[in-house]
Design a protein around this ligand. Structure first.
Ligand code: HEC
Length: 138
């Protein structure tokens, strides 16, 4: 399991490249951090590797999107940012599968994710398509 990779990224189209910029501009990348690095590891496959996971692996207060469960140090409204790699291979989204589409999942962001969500909902159809094309490529 440790050595299984995520589904490979598909080459970015021009539309997806425009979406990548929007992803950063409206604040998605604050939590869904594009790249992190593994620490030192005796296994060369895991040693200081760039990991393009699109997560900061941190807890955030997600307001109404919280699962209502206090677990360890996580309070009821706090959720850990999930990696977005391989998003196109998933069938349903969010911790309870309540979102049938990527767009629904983004529209459900609340709490610390509210500002980015509001900026997403202000997009016109062209910008929305750019961003969704990007999310379907990573
Ligand atoms: C404050 C941090 C934060 C910001 C900003 C944020 N997200 Fe998220 N995102 C999360 C968390 C936490 C979850 C998990 C919530 C859940 O499972 O209920 C999540 C879940 C998702 C999911 C569903 C992933 C899955 O596997 O089900 C998608 C898609 C997503 N975010 C895209 C975006 C996009 C696009 C933006 C910008 C408009 C954005 N996020 C901004 C924290 C954030």
């Amino acid at each position: 399991m440790r050595l299984l990779g995520p589904p490979p990224r598909v080459p970015l189209t021009r539309s997806a490249m425009a979406g990548e910029k929007l992803f950063a501009q409206i604040g998605c990348a604050i939590c869904h951090q594009p790249t992190m690095f593994t620490g030192p590891n005796i296994d060369p496959a895991l040693d200081r590797k760039a990991v393009r996971l699109f997560s900061d692996l941190l807890l955030h207060d997600m307001g109404s999107l919280g699962d209502g469960i206090a677990q360890g140090t996580a309070r009821p409204r706090e959720m850990k940012t999930p990696p977005l790699w391989g998003l196109r291979a998933r069938a349903r989204y969010l911790h309870d599968g309540r979102a049938a589409t990527i767009q629904e999942a983004v529209r459900a962001h609340d709490g610390e994710g509210r500002r980015a969500r509001e900026r997403f909902t202000q997009f016109g159809p062209v910008q929305r398509t750019f961003l969704l094309d990007f999310l379907n490529s990573i």
